[in-house]
Ligand binder design. Structure first.
Ligand SMILES: [Zn+2]
Ligand SMILES: [Zn+2]
Length: 437
């Protein structure tokens, strides 16, 4: 019997991991520039954490969670709830008034697997806790936009306000009144949503429902004075930062805990437009979860989506990646032993070195060096070893020069390191300063 990965769970193979590492690196770099600190969280949480935060009547809690029903625990379907649970549990709010936290990792939802929808998927998640000012909303969105831009992706930003407990109930009633007039034209899900979660009808993908909600009352006309002012300042702050955006009163997001600002980043690289990230403000949630009365706002981006978009974008540019700086092709037993030692010394100095011990022909070894994208290949045979010389081939232009092997392997390694480093453009040279042999 052949054992395979479970449907909806995917291996990320080495070639693809390079892209993941790049995304994670750019993310950390940008988040740190905005003074975010990383927090690492467990995957299992008490089920009631998600029922209370995400909302009992949301799709996630109703049908998508992986729960161990006999134990009352669940594999996290998103990061915000866990992050706030940790924030409250460790009393982090007493240390300083505002916290900027991020986390990167897997989330789990029992969805129908389809293109780009996995049951284990990965998100990068950023949250600002303890600040109510609209400038913070703008700063967070600007950070998300900068991240996408530095990854080389084109995305637009859509912004909405969902109001607060003062103004949303009245809007909800107005919307229900409107929807009830058209019950028979709505899809089955939306008919049910009228009583459970009427705002979700606004972002239903069914064409009939979409048609109907175009004339529905707009939340932006129903905001109370405070919410209206907050949203106006969010928009003017985005303008100040030069962040372009479109207000979208139909964007409600699937989670119950959002208040005021919600937003989505929509990628344009794929044929169809798709959300790569989304977030919003959750001013009552921390208190709801038993914590202090603090505001919060955050967003999450799907790493699988980012990977897909980058793959799409790079399709034309398939330049081989350099996995090693130098490949050492040894011919003969004596040479193999010497080179074995040399490769290790090079790696100690910070050079990425590759080698093969199977005694293959020079031709086969050169092929391997090419596959690894080596910049140089050092060719050493037993005969050359006696004469303390070798051949150094520049793999880019295929030119080959004589290279003298020094008295000690350390000296040889140092010399090779100098040659390799000097062949690189200044901005691509690794920082070797602390690696000496
Ligand atoms: Zn309000
Ligand atoms: Zn619908």
């Amino acid at each position: 019997m052949k054992i395979q990965a479970i449907n909806g769970f995917k291996d990320i193979l080495p070639d693809e991991v390079t892209r993941w590492q790049h995304i994670e690196q750019v993310t950390r770099d940008i988040f740190h520039r905005f003074n975010f600190k990383e927090i690492r969280l467990p995957i299992l949480e008490e089920t009631q954490l998600f029922a209370r935060s995400i909302g009992q009547s949301t799709d996630i809690v109703e049908k998508e969670m992986y729960s161990f029903t006999d134990k009352g625990i669940t594999m996290r379907p998103e990061a915000t709830a866990s992050l706030l649970r940790a924030f409250i549990e460790h009393g982090m709010h007493v240390q300083q008034p505002v916290h900027k936290l991020y986390t990167i990792g897997p989330m789990f939802r029992h969805e129908r697997p389809q293109k780009g929808r996995l049951r284990q998927f990965h998100q990068l998640d950023a949250e600002i806790i303890g600040a109510v000012e609209p400038e913070v909303d703008a700063e967070l969105m600007a950070m998300g936009q900068l991240l996408l831009a530095e990854l080389g992706l084109e995305a637009s930003l859509e912004v909405n306000s969902l109001g607060c407990p003062q103004c949303r109930p009245a809007f909800r009633q107005k919307l229900v009144d409107y929807l009830e007039k058209y019950t028979d034209q709505l899809c089955g899900d939306c008919r049910r949503r009228i009583s459970t979660n009427p705002l979700r009808v606004l972002d239903c993908k069914n064409p009939n429902c979409r048609e109907l909600v175009n004339d529905a009352p707009s939340i932006l006309d129903a905001l109370c004075t405070d919410c209206d002012e907050h949203f106006a300042r969010v928009r003017s702050s985005l303008d100040l930062l030069g962040v372009t955006y479109t207000p979208n009163p139909l964007m409600v997001r699937g989670l119950d805990y959002y208040t005021r600002t919600t937003f989505e980043f929509i990628a344009r690289n794929l044929g169809a437009q798709s959300a790569v990230g989304a977030g919003g403000r959750y001013d009552g949630l921390i208190e709801e979860l038993g914590g202090p009365k603090l505001s919060g706002i955050g967003f999450a981006m799907g790493i699988e989506r980012l990977v897909l978009l980058l793959q799409e974008k790079d399709k034309s540019e398939s330049a081989p990646r350099n996995q090693v700086d130098i490949f050492i092709a040894a011919l003969g037993d004596q040479a193999t032993l010497k080179c074995f030692q040399l490769a290790h010394l090079l790696r100690k100095t910070g050079i990425r070195a590759g080698m093969d011990y199977s005694g293959r022909s020079l031709k086969a070894q050169m092929k391997l060096a090419g596959r690894l994208g080596a910049r140089f290949t050092l060719i050493v045979g037993d005969q050359e070893l006696q004469e303390k010389k070798a051949g150094l081939r520049n793999m880019q232009d295929q030119s080959q020069e004589d290279f003298s092997l020094h008295q000690t392997p350390e000296e040889t390694a140092r010399n090779l390191k100098t040659i390799i480093t000097e062949s690189l453009p200044v901005n691509e040279r690794p920082d070797f300063t602390r690696r000496q042999i």
